[in-house]
Design a protein around this ligand. Structure first.
Ligand SMILES: [Zn+2]
Length: 140
């Protein structure tokens, strides 16, 4: 009888352990593109709070406080910008990749810019008002 009870308890314990264990593990978080940004934002806010506290208790000079605060705010702004960028990316899909800087100021397809001298005009012209050459690229 005692053995039976013991083994039942053992089984219950095993079932309990096996059943509970998976729940103890951190649940796989939904992959959020904002998760790491939120973390960074929270960290920056923490730092700002600490900074304000240290300033208030006199651990920091005015100058140090202002400088560090500015740094943190700059960082915060960049995180916010990143959040906006990710948001846009999610909304617009492929349409809104990060702005690619134009490699050179060579607006071949811009009908308002002379391909020869790069003069720019308000209206589309057949011939450049600066150098007199045809405004359309010859190759096209
Ligand atoms: Zn021209």
């Amino acid at each position: 009888m005692i053995i039976a009870i013991t083994s039942i308890i053992a089984i219950v314990v095993i079932v309990f352990v096996l059943g509970v264990r998976p729940k103890d593990l951190p649940e796989p978080e939904p992959v959020s593109p904002f998760a790491h940004l939120d973390e960074r934002k929270a960290a920056i806010y923490d730092n700002l709070r600490d900074l304000q506290f240290e300033y208030r208790v006199g651990k920091l000079s005015d100058n140090d406080y202002q400088l560090t605060k500015k740094d943190l705010q700059k960082e915060l702004a960049s995180v916010m910008a990143e959040v906006d960028r990710v948001k846009l990316q999610l909304q617009g899909g492929r349409a809104s990749s990060p702005p690619v800087p134009a490699p050179k100021v060579k607006a071949v397809q811009d009908p308002l810019t002379c391909p020869h001298c790069n003069a720019r005009f308000e209206v589309e012209l057949k011939f450049c008002g600066e150098c007199g050459k045809p405004m359309k690229a010859v190759r096209a």
